[in-house]
Design a protein around this ligand. Structure first.
Ligand code: MN3
Length: 301
């Protein structure tokens, strides 16, 4: 099995390439020593488990399958290996301007953060709020992008979140360059983020399978429709009809469902689509929950 053991990936640029933001010596120690240690300990922790060949992202979603006496070593070291592999790839000499203005990632960033400046402020705030060692992450949860922190080498994958971009706030990531000045380090790191890599990760992130939801029959303005075939005008009209019914005692949910239909119509207008089926799966699933077409919850992700 040792032939398939994890190895430290080569840096995609020379050690000094991220200067002055990240120093060559930091990169040498961080990549050459710290990442190496995670890889060696990950291989040792997985030895004899039958999962030696599984990719790190699979392992990190299945931590509860490991016996308690192995689990911490697997979480810390497979996590350390995977987090750092993502980290090296998401930096580029000279940095990059940002995601493409008309791209899907930028659309998702606008939905959550209004724009790139607020996203940057928020990830910095998260990085500074992480007490002790850990990471701040931009993640995708199947619906939207958001920012979370993890302690130590925990991966967002273990919480069902897809990591898109993470900043390492362990002191080993910045102490040589910035001593204890974590805010200065995070500002500098933001200067070398490769947003095109973040876009690729966003495009590859798993989304809910809503094919079953799109074919469910729903009653819209008194007629049965497949949910996916409902048009903007139909959604609007149905919302209006339901609103007129709110306040009728026996229909306790009707107000919430009416709001759900007008939210759905608003999403269709905003994304300029003709039918529900053309919306992003995350939006379809959320709408289906609001409309009680499927029960509320995260079961489909
Ligand atoms: Mn590190």
């Amino acid at each position: 099995m040792s032939s398939m053991a994890y190895t430290v990936p080569d840096l995609p640029y020379p050690h000094e390439a991220l200067e002055p933001h990240i120093g060559a010596e930091t990169m040498r120690v961080h990549h050459g020593k710290h990442h190496r240690a995670y890889v060696d300990k990950a291989n040792a922790a997985l030895a004899g488990t039958g999962l030696e060949d599984a990719p790190p992202h699979e392992i990190l979603k299945r931590l509860t399958e490991f016996p308690p006496d192995r689990r911490a070593a697997v979480r810390n070291n497979v996590g350390g290996h995977h987090n750092h592999s993502l980290f090296w790839e998401s930096m580029v000499p000279g940095g990059s301007e940002g995601p493409a203005k008309d791209g899907k990632l930028m659309g998702a960033i606008r939905e959550t953060f209004r724009g790139l400046p607020v996203l940057k402020d928020t990830i910095k705030e998260a990085a500074l709020s992480q007490f002790g060692s850990g990471w701040a992450w931009l993640v995708h949860d199947g619906y939207r992008v958001l920012i979370v922190t993890t302690a130590d080498q925990d991966s967002p994958l273990s919480d069902g979140l897809q990591p898109l971009l993470g900043v390492d706030v362990w002191e080993h990531a910045y102490y040589l360059d910035y001593a204890n000045r974590r805010p200065d380090y995070v500002d500098a790191w933001l200067n070398v983020v490769d947003w095109s890599v973040v876009e690729q990760r966003y495009a590859a992130a798993p989304v809910p399978d809503v094919s079953g939801v799109l074919t469910r029959l729903v009653s819209v303005c008194g007629t049965e429709h497949e949910f996916g075939a409902v048009t903007l005008d139909e959604a609007r009209e149905h919302a209006t009809e339901l609103k007129a019914l709110t306040g009728w005692g026996p229909m306790a949910k009707v107000g919430a469902v009416a709001r759900g239909w007008s939210d759905l119509a608003e999403q269709m207008r905003k994304h300029d689509v003709a039918t529900v089926a053309e919306l992003d799966p995350g939006i379809v699933e959320q709408a289906a929950q609001e409309l009680w077409i499927i029960p509320p919850g995260r079961s489909m992700v």
